[in-house]
Ligand binder design. Structure first.
Ligand code: AMP
Length: 214
């Protein structure tokens, strides 16, 4: 399975990508996670990416495309992958097509998780993440066991810098302008599967799997 998860920030791409990655035994590739790991380690890439991420903007295509190209060349991607948060622009999508064609691979499908902006803004207010291992929670929909610390590593959960309300608005604007055109792009290629993202996590997973015929 070679899948792309599309959807606005906060639509639940990451949550579903992690579940599908386990169920389908393919790696989960999140460009957001790659950037956050680099920010944490204060690498050159992290320092560059942070300026864009904190402003709710996209990291430039040339940087992002290079990272994904290299990641797809790693041996674990031979059996498939789930791309979460990439592509986010038409240039990224076209470059991905070219990379996959060069590798003799084709996409299996593109899952578009649909959630209204209003609901996303509300949902983002409850999102909490583990700054140590990257696990993601929601105060009401998916809380950690004690509500404040990570179930996996006990680190205290935090609000992501870019989940602040003013940044969420910029991220949604960026999404509508730069990423939403990809829905049409993949629909024209007959690869798009749309699912309602405003349901229980498990129902969304089941809807995705049945739409993909798994
Ligand atoms: P995410 O965790 O997927 O919401 O990504 C967090 C932030 O990382 C985004 O708001 C962007 O600033 C940046 N980012 C992630 N993926 C990409 C991408 N494919 N292209 C450009 N910027 C990205």
């Amino acid at each position: 399975m070679r899948l792309i998860m599309l959807g606005a920030p906060g639509a639940g791409k990451g949550t579903q990508a992690k579940i599908l990655s386990k169920k389908l035994s393919v790696p989960h590739i999140s460009t957001g996670d790659i950037f956050r790991a680099n920010i944490k380690n204060e690498t050159e890439l992290g320092i560059l990416a942070k300026t864009y991420i904190d402003a709710g903007k996209l990291v430039p295509d040339e940087t992002t495309i290079g990272i994904v190209k290299n990641r797809l060349l790693e041996s674990d991607c031979a059996s498939g992958f789930i791309l979460d948060g990439f592509p986010r622009t038409l240039a990224q999508a076209m470059s991905l097509d070219e990379t996959l064609a060069n590798m003799g691979m084709e996409l299996t499908g593109v899952v578009n998780i649909e959630v209204d902006d209003e609901k996303i803004i509300k949902r983002m207010q409850g999102r909490r993440v583990c700054p140590n291992c990257g696990a993601s929670y929601h105060q009401t929909n998916n809380p950690s066991k004690n509500g404040t610390n990570c179930d996996h590593c006990s680190t205290e959960l935090i609000i992501r810098d870019d989940d602040k309300p003013e940044t969420v608005i910029s991220r949604l604007e960026t999404y509508h302008k730069q990423t939403e055109p990809l829905i049409k792009y993949y629909n024209n290629k007959k690869l798009l599967v749309a699912v309602d993202g405003w349901q229980e996590v498990e129902s969304i997973t089941n809807e995705i799997l049945s739409a993909l015929g798994v």
